[in-house]
Write a protein of this length. Structure first.
Length: 448
């Protein structure tokens, strides 16, 4: 990358980087101003589920906008928000079905902020005012606003803001490939889950309101799913200590792992679920907080008024986009496509696993990652300065394939992976292309 700053009125993510303009989307492809067609192997950031350029979504948004684009939620509800809330609850775990409610935000970070405050106020309504801390896990990401950063365990993203964010406690992740306890599943007897119990036992459990975790850790660990038994143990520990359980499914929810919500792979019934990204497939900014009846009840019996709000919550046009995406998912049975598409992707990627610097290909459904290691037998990562994930991204980009690279996989600093989270419509040929291009990238970054 050159040291020159590119001129643009936009405060871009990196002022030294040149960004082509995305002009058009077609299915799993993005056509840009540099004249190239890019295969979107990461669904941008695990956002795009139905594919790019579906004209009926825009039509539904225009139709809603033409009727009424905005009405403030202190005065009105909208048909589109009411309808989408009911649809999301209907596909949620069973404990949300009778009396659950949905709070729509403009994205995942706002959903996390909302859940943090919802959990706090739940305990005020329940006459337990001493509970306010939200415990989370190391190596996690829950959003970029300060409240969401305080629960995030992503060291790199937290570091610049560390003096500004409270520390409520972070426990071990469930991450077998680099187990924080150096153990092996199932002989480990879920030491990672018990870390929550140990933490609560010695850290003023009576001040804790909730535990938040990603059932499948997306960006930070690279598509690391919970192992069988983990979520049940966590739920039991939360119950024992009288705290709420929040599943952050901003990345892994809305069908991405092959079930509507990843929690459903393990029969988990959280008290609060967060979702975002795929809920509107990128057609509009939208996130959601699902509150189980138990949480809603406390408000109904108490003040009934959540002391929290955003001007754009439950936005009529964003929720119209959500409904149109839902219609499309249903009409084309796209939730059902995830598992077979994921099998095609895994089959195509399986050859990569023989490469000496590919440590693991892992994931659930269409949330997959390839982790790169220096020493495969020791699972030893490359030094951070080697910038392997970024080099792989750049090499894949030469062949017009977009991936989502991350560093810090192992401990927040060391470790490299690329995330693959293509649209649910990805074809077997496109999966093969992704694998071929990653082979090319490996050969380029690690010449023989
Ligand atoms: C698990 C998880 N939670 C929260 C967020 C924050 O969402 P947003 O970027 O829409 O604010 C993300 C974003 O990547 C995420 O992956």
């Amino acid at each position: 990358m050159s040291t020159a700053v590119h001129s643009s009125p936009l405060f871009s993510r990196n002022l030294r980087k040149d960004y082509p303009v995305a002009l058009r989307g077609e299915g799993s492809w993005i056509i840009a101003s540099d004249g190239r067609r890019y295969l979107d192997a990461s669904g941008q950031a695990a956002v795009v589920s139905i594919g790019h350029g579906v004209a009926e979504i825009g039509r539904a948004m225009a139709e809603q906008s033409n009727r009424i684009a905005f009405a403030h939620t202190t005065q009105f509800h909208s048909e589109s928000a009411e309808k989408l809330a009911a649809r999301v609850l209907a596909i949620a775990p069973r404990n949300f079905h009778h009396g659950g409610r949905v709070y729509f935000t403009s994205g995942g970070s706002e959903a996390t902020e909302t859940a943090i405050k919802l959990a706090r106020q739940y305990f005020l309504e329940s006459k337990q005012p001493g509970r306010y801390r939200i415990v989370s896990r190391k190596q996690s990401y829950h959003g970029s606003t300060l409240g969401a950063m305080s629960v995030s365990g992503n060291i790199g993203r937290r570091a610049p803001y560390a003096p500004m964010i409270p520390e409520w406690g972070h426990v071990a992740p469930c991450f077998c490939y680099h187990c924080p306890f150096g153990r092996t599943y199932p002989e480990c007897n879920l030491a990672c889950a018990d870390d929550l119990d140990t933490f609560l036992g010695s850290n003023y459990a009576s001040t804790v309101a909730a535990f938040i975790f990603e059932p499948v850790v997306g960006a930070t660990l690279g598509a690391a799913p919970a192992v069988d038994g983990y979520t049940a143990r966590i739920a039991e520990i939360c119950r024992k200590h009288g705290i709420l359980l929040i599943a952050d499914e901003v990345m892994c929810g809305m069908g991405r792992t092959g079930k509507p919500f990843a929690s459903q792979h393990w029969g988990l019934e959280p008290d609060i679920i967060l979702t975002g990204k795929g809920i509107a497939s990128g057609y509009a900014p939208l996130g959601a907080v699902l509150a189980a009846p138990r949480v809603v009840d406390a408000f109904e019996k108490g003040s009934a008024a959540f002391m929290h709000g955003f001007t754009y919550q439950s936005h009529p046009v964003s929720t119209a986009a959500g409904n149109a995406v839902f219609d499309y998912l249903e009409a084309h049975k796209l939730f059902d496509r995830v598992t077979p598409a994921a099998e095609s992707l895994r089959k195509a990627l399986s050859l990569l696993e023989t490469h000496p610097h590919v440590g693991q290909v892992r994931g659930l459904g269409l949330l997959q990652a390839v982790e790169f290691v220096k020493d495969k037998s020791a699972r030893e990562p490359f030094p951070k300065e080697s910038g392997i994930a970024e080099k792989i991204r750049q090499a894949a980009l030469e062949k017009n394939v977009l991936t989502y690279p991350s560093q810090g996989t192992v401990d927040g600093t060391r470790g490299d992976h690329v995330l693959l989270a293509p649209p649910f419509i990805i074809t077997a040929q496109e999966c093969q292309l992704i694998a071929d291009v990653l082979q090319f990238a490996l050969a380029k970054v690690f010449p023989a």
